[in-house]
Write a protein that binds this ligand. Structure first.
Ligand code: ADP
Ligand code: MG
Ligand code: MG
Length: 361
């Protein structure tokens, strides 16, 4: 009989779920998993790899995050989903597909409550700091060498995504032209609607210029689609004891339709714009010099893009990138940042607005 505490999951009146993992719960769940103890129904566990020995103790991760991650015994991270969704979640299949890709936190197990994903259990990467810390340090110091490493890492990730596995026997798809233009336009309209005040007025005045840069989407040819990361920004890239690793395969929090197969250019565009956001953070929070920061952004964007393309070419996957999509997707991404700010994190608005004001001065 299993007596250790598991999280509570409640069904709210509107049908959504609410999970709470109080103090000590993560530690006890990890111990139960390590022992191979059966979870209390309706929890179920899908094991992906054996858990290591986990010393006692737990501590919550306190950086900005969407979910609630807790480190157990400085060995394992459990990411609890406070609002578990019954819709199929991309991460379990993706983590299985990426079994041979080592530049992420090793996934150990996936926990469900009925059919809803409630937690992902992965290895803790010692000394990990995410890009909203380490990359801002690079910007402030004016260092650019990291951009080559990160471009290579993104290319390796995409090459792994594009390699067949049991989970995805056909990882590269070439469907008739998807509706890229309509999706970008929808994001633009929503961003405009949700952004008020001076920023909103400024955006409305730039409508023509902004939409002109998304024009290539309307005439894009057929392009290969892979299961992209979907939320690839520097905050998902951890610098840790042994280098850089990419985490968080939850997908983009502002995209509701669950089409996870997308052009590689979407991930690249988001990663590149996140460097622009790092520049904004460096200026606002660390008083970095605007001219030096602008030069840094230009340099690291160039290095990252080149390393990414070289990495794809070395993997024999150069065809995955349609360059004509990158800029239009960057514009869409900035709209999504504004949507994210309006819905979840009002104080983030300055970052995409700072970038757009620089692009469309
Ligand atoms: P969310 O969906 O909440 O954004 P993430 O998977 O991105 O969750 O994790 C949130 C944060 O927790 C990361 O930005 C990073 O700082 C930290 N983190 C995540 N996974 C690990 C790990 N395996 N090792 C160390 N720190 C991690
Ligand atoms: Mg994250
Ligand atoms: Mg996430």
């Amino acid at each position: 009989m299993e007596h250790s505490p598991w999280p509570t999951v409640e069904r709210r009146p509107d049908g959504t779920l609410a999970l709470e993992a109080g103090a000590g719960v993560t530690e006890s769940v990890v111990r139960a998993l390590a022992r191979g103890a059966a979870p209390p129904p309706p929890f179920t566990v899908r094991a992906l790899a054996p858990l290591p020995d986990v010393p006692p103790g737990e501590r919550a991760i306190t950086v900005d995050q969407t979910n609630h991650s807790v480190i157990a015994g400085e060995t394992v991270v459990v990411k609890w989903f406070p609002v578990p969704s019954r819709a199929p979640h991309p991460a379990p299949a993706l983590l299985t597909h990426l079994a041979g890709f080592t530049r992420t936190a090793t996934p150990y197990a996936v926990i469900f409550w009925e059919d809803a994903l409630v937690a992902l259990v992965t290895a803790y990467l010692p000394g990990a700091r995410d890009g909203w810390e380490w990359c801002v340090d690079e910007a402030v110091a004016g260092r650019t060498a990291f951009a080559t490493d990160i471009g290579r890492l993104a290319a390796e990730l995409h090459a792994a995504m594009a390699s067949p596995s049991e989970a995805f026997p056909d990882p590269v798809r070439l469907p008739p032209r998807p509706a890229f233009a309509a999706r970008a336009e929808g994001a633009w309209r929503e961003a405009l609607e949700l952004t008020d005040g001076d920023d909103g007025e400024w955006l409305a005045r730039r409508a023509g210029a902004l939409l002109a840069e998304t024009a290539p989407l309307a005439s894009a040819g057929r392009t290969p689609l892979i299961h992209i990361h979907g939320d690839l920004h520097v905050g998902q890239i951890l610098q840790w004891r042994d280098g850089y690793a990419v985490v968080d395969f939850d997908g983009n929090p502002t995209v509701t339709e669950a089409e996870v197969f997308q052009p590689a250019a979407r991930d690249l565009a988001q990663l590149l714009t996140s460097l622009d956001h790092v520049g904004q953070v460096a200026m606002l929070r660390r008083s970095a010099d605007p001219a030096a920061t602008a030069a840094w952004v230009t340099a690291v964007r160039g290095k990252l893009g080149t390393a990414y393309e070289n990495g794809l070419a070395d993997a024999g996957q150069a065809d995955l990138l349609d360059r004509s999509l990158v800029r239009p997707f960057e514009i869409e991404q900035e709209c999504r940042e504004l949507i994210y700010a309006a819905r979840h994190l009002a104080r983030w608005r300055y970052a995409p607005m700072g970038v757009l004001r620089a692009w469309f001065a």
